[in-house]
Design a protein around this ligand. Sequence first.
Ligand SMILES: Nc1ncnc2c1ncn2[C@@H]1O[C@H](COP(=O)(O)OP(=O)(O)OP(=O)(O)O)[C@@H](O)[C@H]1O
Ligand SMILES: [Mg+2]
Length: 155
Amino acid sequence: MADQVRDLAALLTQRLPVITDSPEGTEAVAVAIARQLTPGCVIALHGTLGAGKTVFAHGFARALGIVEPVSSPTFTLVQEYPFPGGVLYHLDLYRIDNSDAALAFGVDEFLYDPRGYALVEWPERIMDILPPNTLHLLLRPLGRSSQREISLLGQ
Ligand SMILES: Nc1ncnc2c1ncn2[C@@H]1O[C@H](COP(=O)(O)OP(=O)(O)OP(=O)(O)O)[C@@H](O)[C@H]1O
Ligand SMILES: [Mg+2]
């Protein structure tokens, strides 16, 4: 695991899980995490439909100074958001069957760009090709409320 990601994981272990009460709360958590990272990171966003993965991505983008709203890239698979110093890739692999299909559209270009941050929704589809230092986060709705638990996976 890269040192940067190991340090961050240790930090997050102290601060996560957290429970947010609103989309704004989830965005704030994303901002806090984004501030700890530098380009070259992959963040896998696990969670069911409507868990808040895209809301998280929107907050993450704001932290990088991206003002363009981040919406779901379900139909395009990837959206690119350039910012001074790098590019944010927002991937939604819901419609992708497996890593072969993802590689066929060139997913490795986004996962291994040293100038890029890659946020991956539905990372379960490509677990076998995610970089080993990928940060795995789980967003979990609590009941039917607007509460979401955000935790670090794999600790
Ligand atoms: N605490 C919360 N954090 C995030 N989103 C919340 C929260 N409470 C309510 N919501 C709502 O839940 C929805 C989350 O939608 P979002 O598109 O981010 O989910 P998603 O995980 O990306 O789903 P999909 O797998 O379909 O892409 C939004 O409508 C948002 O307003
Ligand atoms: Mg989404």
